[in-house]
Design a protein around this ligand. Sequence first.
Ligand code: ADP
Ligand code: MG
Length: 250
Amino acid sequence: MVQLLEMKNITKKFGDVTALNAISISLARGEILSLCGENGSGKSTLMKVLCGIYPVGDYEGDIYFAGEKLLAKNIRETEAKGISIIHQELTLVKNMTVLENMFLGNEITQVGLTNDNEMYLRCKTLLEQVQLDIDPNTKVAELGLGQQQLVEIAKALNKQVRLLILDEPTASLTEKETAILLELVKDLKAHNIACIYISHKLNEVKAISDQICVIRDGEHIGTRSATSMSEDDIITMMVGREITSLYPHE
Ligand code: ADP
Ligand code: MG
């Protein structure tokens, strides 16, 4: 199968610290891969390498996206190729409106919109796609965190995303907001958009993933189909021992 993404032998160091040691992952179009690992295991670093926050030359290994070698020098270059990352810390400008945020940093001519009304309507359509029933002229500061997360995703959709990276997206969401987000990820998959999903909530991970990749201390421990792994299997791989041994008296 031709993969959408292949990251091969990615090694990333911070001074003397090896945060990632020869990690390889791959992903097909429309596939959902979850990255699991304890805090500090290297999940976010791997995604920062992928999306150009750490530019080519700042890591070892090779990345191929949609059949081409990815040699991104910054996040703009990966966005232009269809890779979008949404961090746990949201990056919308709070005292600007949803509409202003939606097109921030985009050349208007690039998306083919020539006037304010077209932008307004485009924004409304994007918000509908993420099931947000809000006025595009609402200030971001007036939205809840879950709504802001969905605006971030709508913004990614506006950039013709082919691979969406969600780094702990549900950490501060309510149960209802989480359910909407998970449905949205499944809907994107149905439209052949791939997703790399990072979450500590293993029930979520099990529910939406095709594959689950476990990282521990910067090492790739294993990647398996989600159906073949229980939550206990994932935890055992994450911590490197049977979880029962954490409770020696039981
Ligand atoms: P995770 O997302 O799995 O919690 P990270 O990728 O954030 O883990 O971190 C992996 C390791 O790299 C940790 O040991 C962390 O301290 C280190 N690290 C991450 N970012 C930096 C940085 N900018 N400078 C130095 N060390 C870093
Ligand atoms: Mg992280």
